[in-house]
Design a protein around this ligand. Structure first.
Ligand SMILES: [Zn+2]
Length: 84
């Protein structure tokens, strides 16, 4: 099976999906899609602490999804991504 490549919303590097975290827009929230089951507009970020930190600290997803997400939503993402 051919590996599908996705682009990181932070560093714009392209990598195979298995090296990326999928984040899906859900109404007014953001969910980390560990099982690749969620539907909705999605973006990808590298499984890399640097990229995750920048994504959260600079609220990169506000621009990606054209919506203003609260600090609470980003804090929740940070908690869920701590073990990366
Ligand atoms: Zn990246």
């Amino acid at each position: 099976m051919k590996d599908v490549v996705r682009m990181c919303c932070v560093c714009r590097k392209k990598q195979v999906k298995s090296l990326m975290i999928r984040i899906v827009k859900q109404n007014n929230s953001l969910e980390i899609d560990n099982n690749k089951h969620l539907t909705g507009k999605a973006c990808y970020v590298c499984k890399d602490k640097n990229c995750v930190d920048i994504m959260i600290n600079k609220k990169v997803l506000n621009r990606t999804f054209k919506q203003n997400y609260s600090c609470e939503i980003y804090d929740k993402l940070r908690e869920e991504l701590l073990d990366i």
